[in-house]
Design a protein around this ligand. Sequence first.
Ligand SMILES: Cc1cc2nc3c(=O)[nH]c(=O)nc-3n(C[C@H](O)[C@H](O)[C@H](O)COP(=O)(O)OP(=O)(O)OC[C@H]3O[C@@H](n4cnc5c(N)ncnc54)[C@H](O)[C@@H]3O)c2cc1C
Length: 515
Amino acid sequence: MIRIRQLKLPVEHSREELTKKAAKALRVKPEDISRIHIERQSLDARKKPELFYTYTVDVEVKHETQVLKRAAGPQILKAPEERYQFPQMGEETLSHRPVIVGMGPAGLFCGLMLARAGFKPLILERGGPVEERRVKVERFWAGGGLDLKSNVQFGEGGAGTFSDGKLNTLVKDVTGRNRKVMELLVEAGADSEILYQQKPHIGTDRLSQVVACIREEILALGGEVRFNTQVTDFIMEQGRITGLVAGGTEQMEAEAVVLAVGHSARDTFETLLARNIWMEQKAFAVGLRIQHPQTMINKSQYGREEHPLLGAASYKVTHQASTGRGVYSFCMCPGGYVVNASSEDGRLAVNGMSNHARDGENANSALIVTVTPEDFVGDSPLAGIAFQRRLEELAFKAGGGRIPVQLFCDFKENRESRQPGDVNPQFKGGWQFGNLREVLPEELSRTLIEGVERFDRMIPGFGRPDALLAGVESRTSSPLRIVRGESLESSVKGCIPAARARATREASPPRPWTD
Ligand SMILES: Cc1cc2nc3c(=O)[nH]c(=O)nc-3n(C[C@H](O)[C@H](O)[C@H](O)COP(=O)(O)OP(=O)(O)OC[C@H]3O[C@@H](n4cnc5c(N)ncnc54)[C@H](O)[C@@H]3O)c2cc1C
């Protein structure tokens, strides 16, 4: 295959026009191209309202070697082979099957890959299956009580199930793993465009079906999933994990345990600390969600309020504030909703989600500011959690148990809002006006105000008086790090935290467990 980069076409074009453009670049006839595979498609809006797609394509063509020799250049090269390779099997045979704690994206994909490799993993998930969880979350948003085991953070599919399902990542794809995840999602029912779109997304409505499909494959391959099963303790002997306790009483033997508990399993982190697993404080970010009419964002990004082919537009903004802190948009949800994403009684956290069609009235994003261990009280690895909890308690209080909301003009003036302006509130979960200045530390509030005013110069209307703020956005990433070594294990042998790669190479897993 030959890779061609930087093929530019107006967004309204046919597949034939793309083939013709590729043929022209290679100086061959369109009929000589037998297959064209889109590797990447990105939007070029620099000349809006004229909009273009820029493509990277891999092309199968007659007489490939000669064509490549003739046409090769910076934008035309041999297509690289980027196949993900499952790590080589190790030497030891496991006497127990691997256990995965948590069935969010990390646990789900770990379970699927291990099941496909013949390991028949056991997955323990504190929440319910996705179908049951959906019902509980909808009930909570409608005003029912919070279920501490199945909510927006916990349950099959993890925190991302009620999300925008954005799939872009800043993690470089050195081993082809990112691509592999996309392929697995397509196999499980996601649209194949996610394989090449610059900003792929699935949407809450589709994600739950995809998650259930992956679970079914794990089961069909001999894996086991136990829902409503919380791991409450870890049994260790001489620096190695030997078992787990589930639900406070049930003991099970284990020698390879993947900790895929996500960033909100605060009770589990407390247990891990009590068991002397090495953890450390880390920086993360907190802030507020902001809502604007989607048509306003479209106008700024596309040069018009609606675009039938492109759908709802997104944005990314960042600013270094005079307070010395950076403020930036995060987890932008075009055509989406701000949701109550709480997981503890008396504490309130928000996040954003959208459906596949991204057809909600508003755009929302988190506007967040980095906080570091210097902002926390004390040296405990759990100090970041205490910081989050404090903000979530204040948010709960500010909204009387509902999502606290404030117009941007009132946030600036440190006063409660009385009624919405032209931005029509789009929430999942009850909301009421509250003063968000009482939730965030003053320095963070000032940083956010400066950020919004700066972003108004990039996106006209961003700082409009009636832009709707809601809080608190506190679960942006983990507030602590479980330290891992070169083998990807924690300080306790056999206990492997799933997280963004820190160690540099893939470890060799042991050979499959057999019964
Ligand atoms: C509303 C919302 C929208 C989001 N939108 C996006 C988005 O569009 N794109 C994106 O990339 N990211 C998004 N995120 C973030 C994303 O969800 C997380 O980065 C991702 O879920 C992390 O995956 P994980 O598997 O590491 O952990 P999690 O998804 O947190 O999963 C951990 C799982 O472990 C379980 N668990 C915890 N402790 C135990 C225990 N002791 N025993 C048994 N089970 C346990 C939990 O119930 C949970 O299901 C969003 C998050 C939220 C809340």
